[in-house]
Each structure stands twice: as structure tokens, then as C-alpha cells.
Design a binder for this molecule. Sequence first.
Ligand SMILES: Cc1cc2nc3c(=O)[nH]c(=O)nc-3n(C[C@H](O)[C@H](O)[C@H](O)COP(=O)(O)OP(=O)(O)OC[C@H]3O[C@@H](n4cnc5c(N)ncnc54)[C@H](O)[C@@H]3O)c2cc1C
Length: 422
Amino acid sequence: MEKRIGEGDDTYRGRDGNLTVTTMDWQDPLCEAFMAGAVSLGIPRNPDYNGQIQEGVSYCQRTILNGRRVSAATAFLHPARRRPNVDVRTHAHVTGIIFEGKRAVGVRYNRGGKHGDPLEIRATKEVILSGGAYNSPQLLQLSGVGSPDLLQSHGIEVRHALPGVGEGLQDHYAPRSVARVKNIRTINEMRRGLSLWGEAIKWATTRRGLLSLSPTMVYCFWHSGETTESSDLQLTFTPASYKEGVQGQLEDEPGMTVASWQQRPESRGYVRIRSADPFAPPIIQTNYLAEEIDRRVVVAGMKLARRLLASEPLKPYFAYEDFPGPKVTSDEELLAAATQRGTTTFHPGCTCRMGPADAPWAVVDDQLRVHGMEGLRVIDASIMPRMISANLNASTLMIADKASDMIRGKTPEAAAKLPEYA
Ligand SMILES: Cc1cc2nc3c(=O)[nH]c(=O)nc-3n(C[C@H](O)[C@H](O)[C@H](O)COP(=O)(O)OP(=O)(O)OC[C@H]3O[C@@H](n4cnc5c(N)ncnc54)[C@H](O)[C@@H]3O)c2cc1C
């Protein structure tokens, strides 16, 4: 059975869709040993890290319905498509915003890619950009809204100087510590041969088992001790390991992985157009680990990952540390390993930040309207002023839900009462 967190209080229901947040129905011995290891190090089990207290260790919460991951499109867009006033145009690449003076009145797009037909669509009320942290700032810059120096260097006429557009990019940067595993099967072996067939039949008949899961199964939130902030570290446990340590292809031999990242990095990068061609990808500069404090917290995360993998409850299954490996011990060596094998966690944000009009970095106001423009909002992860202490999907859904009230001029609902934990 998919277990709902709390007693339905935490089950999020969209206006049209039905997005169910569940914990795992899977009791994996390696995950259980990892969590027991965390408890042995003083990290408590936490029934709901999205509740009042984040710190602790638990199985992941996921948006799963009937054994399938539920996307925002499935939960919200597909049900809304039945309405007569919803028109979804697919394979449509927006190439620019159409302005009349300072007012956004529509967009230009190509259907079917670069060589497709150039088309336009007009807005009767407003234009809403939801292109994500890379593409929303790119579209603003292409349309003449951004840093005058940048726009002019690409021959784009400045419609409105807004130097914060594209600046301030943040992401979670994660090195992955890997151990070889003995005495138990990991996902690496289970996705092959007869095991895989067994899992496929289980999923087809019950919508449960390995194929109903994402490989990352356990989340652990804790503090590095490098800052005064609580929960400045997130670690994830995966009873599997990846070739070259990069999420993707699984390794052949048994392995387990702990990814660790700093929740609220200070380092900031940028997204800037590389040309006036809307089909050219923008320059994405993340500047991971540029700040000293970020380097210290990431190293602290790797040390905690190592202690977790070597904890007493995991001993029966722990063969040896494969990455970074036992010879890597000093802070400098750990940092070098983090730099060598760390990757994005796919959490880009903060490139069209919400803030007051007089802040030089701010792009949108508290109603997500672009400063200095009319009829133009940005609604996606780019509006976050700084990186949040979580994966971004649920928060981005929340931003969209809240923004739908702003667009309709609805009075905000009273804050929901949070469940209390002893
Ligand atoms: C591989 C991967 C795994 C992830 N796993 C998790 C996870 O487990 N948990 C979690 O919380 N988060 C996860 N995330 C992050 C999460 O998906 C994002 O934070 C979230 O989707 C951001 O929402 P958004 O609306 O800002 O941008 P997006 O979801 O990226 O939406 C932007 C949309 O705009 C479209 N678009 C962009 N430019 C144009 C254009 N010019 N014309 C037309 N359309 C355009 C894009 O095609 C896209 O559909 C993951 C992300 C990735 C990539």
C-alpha cells in the first residue's frame, strides 16, 4: 500500500489534479541499515521532513500515483485541457516577447523548431513566462529586458534595463561517495536478467516493487557544524551505484551511493545569452564552490557520508569505500574529489529573483510581475531569491499555485496548521 503521510493532512490536492505525496512501500534491508547507521550517529528518524522539523533520516517522499511518478503536467495540465479556454501548443519554441511600449502583448514562436513556421500569439491580459531558470532569463534578454551591456554586445535593442536578469544562478552541487557492497543484492544486479523480469511482472500486476521506485530511496537532513544554520546538509542514499559516479548508467558490481550537498550555497553564477539567436543555448555559469563557506560545508558533507557508509549497522554489507577511497583523507583531498566527481542535482533557480524595485538584482516584484514592465510575469524556479533547503519540484509547484491566486486577485488563504511533533 502507498502510505500517506500523516492522515491525509499532507496529501496535496491540486485544483484539478490530484497529487499524492507518499513515502515508500518498499522495505529495503540496505536502506534500513543506512537509516539505523544514521540513528547510531545521533541523527533521528523523522516521519515527515516536509513537516515542522526537517532534520532527520527517512524514506523519500514522492509524488506517485498508482505506481507511476506524477508530473505537474499529469496532475494539473492534463485535467485542465478539457476546458474550452485552454489551448496547448506543443513543439512550439518561443523566440521572443512582443511588446507595445513597456507592455507585453504576446509572444513569437516557431512551431517545429528552428526551421518551423514563425508564428505569433497575442495575450488579452498578460504574458506569463515559465521557461525555467535557464530559459526565462534567456527569453527576457532576447526580448530586450536585461543588462544593457549584455544586450548591446549582441546587437539587441534595450527595451528595459534590468541588470538582475539571469544573474544569481544557484544550484545544489553534489559529490557522490560510493562503497562496494557484499552479502546483499543492490539495484545494480536487480536490474538484470531474471530479477528484472520478476520486477517487471510485479510492477505490471501490483504497481509495486523496484520499478515503481526512483533509485534514491532515503533522504537525510543534518547540519555540517560549519555554519550556525540547522539542516544545511542534505544527503541521499541509493542502494545502487553509477558508472563514473554520475547519475545515469548503473555499475555492474554491487554498490551503494551517498550523495551529499549543501542546502543553501552562497556561490552564485549566471545565465547569459551567447547570441541573439533564440535557438542558441545560453551561457550557463554555475560558479559551484566559488565561496569558501560552500567548500567547507561540502567537505563536511563528504565526511558525514563516509561515516554513514562505515556505520556499524551497515558493516555486514560494507565491503570497502570505492570513491573517494580510503587514501583520500585531508580536507584538501576531499575537496579535490568533490570537484572531480560532483555534479548538478538539477536544481537550478534564482535567475529572475523576486525582490524590491530598488534592489539591483531584483527582476520580479512580490506578485511576480517583471519590474518596470506591464502585463508580464515570471512564474517558475527562477524567481526564488535564494536557493531553498529542499529539492525544487514541490516548491515550484507551490509558487505556481500561489501565483494562480495572484493572477486571479484572490485573497491568500489562511496558512494551514502544521502537524506538531514531540
Ligand atoms: C533529471 C532531473 C531530475 C529531477 N529530479 C527532481 C526530484 O527528484 N525532486 C525534485 O524536487 N526536483 C527534481 N528536479 C528538479 C525539478 O524538475 C525542477 O526544479 C522543476 O521542474 C523546475 O520547474 P520550472 O517550472 O522552473 O522549470 P521546468 O520544469 O524546466 O519548466 C520549464 C518549461 O519551459 C519549457 N521551455 C523552456 N524554454 C522554452 C521556449 N523558449 N519555448 C517554449 N517552451 C520553453 C521547457 O520545455 C519546460 O517544459 C529534477 C530535474 C531534472 C532535470
